[in-house]
Structures are given as structure tokens and as C-alpha cells.
Design a protein around this ligand. Structure first.
Ligand code: PEP
Length: 253
């Protein structure tokens, strides 16, 4: 039985004060929720204060990106050991916005995932196709390439620290969600690929989140699908009430 994992990706939103206010409300209102793993990914500058506020709570602090090197001449970058020191326990790698605007490739996403796990953190590896790729019937081969790039350096022993997030690019921030059936089809395919790589037992233990316009009204039906093990939530994670409702929709029945 995989425990569902719901993470709010705040992207470039919230001042430090706003981040603290939101996280305080989440901590108060989600403290009693059992059977769901919860995380929030604030901006880098808010991350240490958010992590401190969340100490001792059931909400993990996540980072939105990392560099693959631990240190060196990489002006403007942050490393996984630094993120760990600042209080992060998970890192989102390969988000489509990073791939689209900041040059992340399947190869660098793989290096980031390896660096994240080497630093003792969990890696949430994002994959997903664009609308043109879906329309061209290329969803599964695109996801295969992304998985191959991301997982090449991750051994079976490291998979407890691995989560995959399937995020169709056409559903991110658009209000257009994949239907539960469309998402499940890709999730099942991802699990099949994980089984080929790591064996069925390990594949059955790896969580696969769905992301793309998840909201309180669609969260339950998406997460009811067999291979949908939680959500990576953008816009709806910025409002406490919406995020709380999504987390509650993930509770085991
Ligand atoms: C995301 O950024 O990972 C995301 C899924 O965004 P949204 O929920 O706003 O579509």
C-alpha cells in the first residue's frame, strides 16, 4: 500500500512573511491528518524560515530545484547539500518550467536527481508531454525518454528516495486537467517502465504523483485511480483552504 504524497509547489510566489503565514495555517489545520505525506516547496529565500516553522510537524519542506554539483563556480546556483542544511527534505527536479525556460534536459535532470539523493534528500522527478506531443501521439515515448534520462543513475537501493510526478505540460497552470483515465494510462505505463528497470516489487513501492491543475473538485477522482499516488499542486497550493481540501482528499478511505 503506497502512502499518498501531496506537495504544494509555490513557484515564484509569496513573500517570506506570506509564506510563513500560509505554512502556519497549514500546520495548524493539517496536524491531525493521518495517512498522507504532505510537503510544501517555497522559494529558496523562504525555505529556511518555512523549514524552521515546520519543525516537528507532519509537513515536509521541499525545494523547487537544485544544481547537480555540491559546490564550485556556478554563480547563482544552490546545491542539494545546502538545501539539506537549510531544512529541505525533498527536491523537485525537472519541472516543466525548468525544462522550458531554464534549459533543464533529460541529462541534467538525471544529474540533479542523483545529486539530490546523494545528499540524503528525496527527489520528485517530473515528466510529462506538451500538447503538441500528445496530439502527435508521442506521449509515451516522450515520457520514456524523460524517465530514461532521470533514472539512469539511480540504483534500486536509492528508490525509497524517489517519487515520479507525471505532469502533462498542457495541464499545468491552464485549468485544463487530464481526466483520471488519461492520467491513469500514463501512470500505469510509468510503473511498467519502473518494473522493467527495478523489478515489480520495487516498482509497486514507488509513488507516482499527478500534477496539472489539481484542485479540490478533481483531486479525489484523480487520486482514486490505482496508480495515482498523490499530487503535485501549483496554483491551488497557494490558498490554504484549497490545499487543505486536496490533502484531505488523499486520506485513505
Ligand atoms: C505545477 O506547477 O507543478 C502544477 C501542477 O501547477 P498547477 O497545479 O497550477 O497546474
Amino acid at each position: 500500500m503506497r502512502q499518498k504524497f501531496v506537495v504544494g509547489n509555490w513557484k515564484l510566489n509569496k513573500t517570506i512573511a506570506e509564506a510563513l503565514a500560509l505554512v502556519t495555517e497549514l500546520k495548524n489545520q493539517l496536524g491531525a491528518v493521518k495517512g498522507v505525506q504532505i510537503g510544501v516547496a517555497p522559494t529558496f529565500v523562504a525555505l529556511p524560515s518555512v523549514a524552521k516553522r515546520l519543525e516537528g510537524s507532519n509537513i515536509a519542506t521541499c525545494a523547487q530545484n537544485t544544481h547537480w554539483e555540491a559546490s564550485g563556480a556556478w554563480t547563482g546556483e544552490l546545491s542539494a547539500p545546502l538545501l539539506a542544511e537549510a531544512g529541505a527534505s525533498w527536491v523537485i527536479v525537472g519541472h516543466s518550467e525548468r525544462r522550458q525556460h531554464f534549459g533543464d534536459t533529460n541529462e541534467t535532470v538525471g544529474k540533479k536527481a542523483v545529486a539530490t539523493i546523494a545528499a540524503g534528500l528525496g527527489a520528485i522527478v517530473c515528466v510529462g508531454e506538451t500538447l503538441a506531443e500528445r496530439d502527435g501521439n508521442r506521449t509515451l515515448p516522450i515520457v520514456d525518454d524523460q524517465l530514461a534520462g532521470a533514472l539512469g543513475g539511480i540504483a534500486a537501493a536509492a528508490t525509497p528516495k524517489l517519487v515520479i510526478a507525471y505532469e502533462p505540460v498542457w495541464a499545468i497552470g491552464t485549468g485544463r486537467t487530464a481526466t483520471p483515465g488519461q492520467a491513469q494510462e500514463v501512470h500505469a505505463h510509468i510503473r511498467k517502465r519502473l518494473a522493467e528497470r527495478y523489478g515489480q516489487v520495487i516498482a509497486d513501492g514507488i509513488r507516482i504523483q499527478y500534477g496539472g491543475s489539481v484542485k479540490p473538485s478533481n483531486a479525489e477522482s484523480l487520486m482514486a485511480e490505482r496508480d495515482i499516488d498523490g499530487a503535485l499542486v501549483g496554483g491551488a497550493s497557494l490558498e490554504a483552504a484549497d490545499f487543505i481540501a486536496i490533502v484531505k482528499a488523499a486520506r485513505p478511505s
